[in-house]
Design a protein around this ligand. Sequence first.
Ligand code: HEC
Length: 172
Amino acid sequence: MIAKISLIAIGASLVVAAGILYAAPFTAAQSAGAPGAPPASASTPSLNYEFFKTRVEPIFLKKRPGHARCYVCHSGSGDGGAPPYLEKLSPGSTSWDEEQSRRIFRRVSRLVVPGDPSQSRLVMHPLAPEAGGDYSNRVHGGGRQFESQDDPDWKTIDQWVRGEKEGAPSPQ
Ligand code: HEC
């Protein structure tokens, strides 16, 4: 009897889990990463991996005048207090390989709410407060990486969070 009940319970939770995965691939990560975020609906855009790999990842590696690269702080052990959502490049490489990129995509996806850049730490935390950046909890340890929402790199990250796909026009 007990065994039967728990089998039913497991079955039910699998159905629920499958439903969530089918409807919105990043629902779980999203609710873990952003408490209080509105529940995802079926219209929630999904995060595009190709766009991330070709357009967003290079921003993490790029030297910005007056700033250290995201990579310098965010691919370490986390000792300096910066969450290590990136990874060390293999010796001699100037970009991440496919496996690394997939892992980075998964980690960085937890820092955003798909379709809602204003609720996404990746978008709002490195942005200067005068430009609308979120310094309400704490100042970004890496400084004001983006002075304005007109910064092309900031815009690219924003587009990715909105669900933009590589090679396709914006869904907006
Ligand atoms: C000089 C080191 C440094 C650099 C460079 C840096 N960061 Fe950070 N970052 C930190 C530290 C330290 C924290 C943790 C404290 C805080 O919340 O700001 C942090 C936190 C964050 C967070 C919040 C993560 C979370 O889990 O809440 C995001 C998102 C972020 N950084 C993005 C970036 C991006 C994007 C870049 C490059 C454009 C960048 N950072 C460059 C040091 C850095």
